[in-house]
Design a protein around this ligand. Sequence first.
Ligand SMILES: O=C(O)c1ccc[n+]([C@@H]2O[C@H](COP(=O)([O-])O)[C@@H](O)[C@H]2O)c1
Ligand SMILES: Cc1cc2nc[nH]c2cc1C
Length: 343
Amino acid sequence: MFDPKHPPQSLDEIRNLMAELPSVDTEAQAAVAEREPQLTKPAGALGRMEDISLWLAGWQGNSRPNMTRPRVTVFAGSHGVCAQGVSAFPAEVNQQMVENFINGGAAINQICKTVDAELRVMEVALEIPTNDFSQEPAMDDEGCAEAMAFGMSAIEKGLDLFVPGEMGIGNTTSAAAIAHALFGGAAADWTGRGTGIDDETLKRKTRVVGDAIILHKNQMHDALDVLRCVGGREIAAMAGAILAARYQRVPVLLDGYVSCAAAATLAAIRGDALDHCMIGHVSVEPGHKRLIEKLGKQPLLDFGMRLGEGSGAALAIPLLRASAECHNGMATFAKAGVASRSA
Ligand SMILES: O=C(O)c1ccc[n+]([C@@H]2O[C@H](COP(=O)([O-])O)[C@@H](O)[C@H]2O)c1
Ligand SMILES: Cc1cc2nc[nH]c2cc1C
């Protein structure tokens, strides 16, 4: 059982947490299912909004879904694999962007302000890059568990939604390596241009991804080993936060390729581990669409974004808010005196 006061200290403790995940609140969902057909609209006329209100209620454990307290947390981490020249930007950008988040100058600041979401920034040992995973595992067991536990501390009971965002130059190389390790195929299927690399860099990045999976093959026994070997601290923190959210009854809206790669490590351990998650936006990064298909989900938005920071998911928060408001605020046929379907 997850206890926020005693965070896990090893990947085995996290494996134990994964074994006993809380399930959906069927009573809350039954209440939504009973009210929905009474609302003043033809049955099913709100389409996916109806799925969203049912999902929110079930995972919040509340028969009236809320969207007053959504939180976006941007986890920032730095990646040793940048030494292989896999990004269009230098690693110093991580710290500079953290300052920018704090000063309110990034895209995610404006989106959070617009959609009325709380924004937090958490540095995950940002000053210390992980090991270069083209040479050795990115993290050891304890380090990976520590980053996951740190991510868990981003979640509190009472939040209506959590969006895991990230900042980490080089982290689309990690995301590609995670997806390739979990779902196979060719390294090229999972490797994209990230921040905007040229053809030659893309070739090098693809080789780094393919070779890393071969290098670590014998020690990647499950998806948490994959996370430890080729992930990054901000990716581990997002995975921890997504897991803690399940325990704290906080639904999760996933963002781009990197946040979905973090989430995929949980799904690979347990097929139902992401039932409390929806995907806010499909990134331009080609591996993301493929990954979403593997996860059996459908993104809410397709807006041509490839920023990270939680930006695409944050932009979709009003869809969730409108869904909750319709479910809670619409009059019933009886109350409004509207005639219901005649046959
Ligand atoms: O999440 C995505 O789909 C995504 C796609 C492209 C780029 N990013 C962001 O760009 C950074 C990683 O890109 P790169 O090229 O350095 O691997 C990192 O800070 C991510 O937040 C994120
Ligand atoms: C400027 C910049 C902003 C970002 N935000 C998330 N990833 C990023 C990568 C870069 C390079």
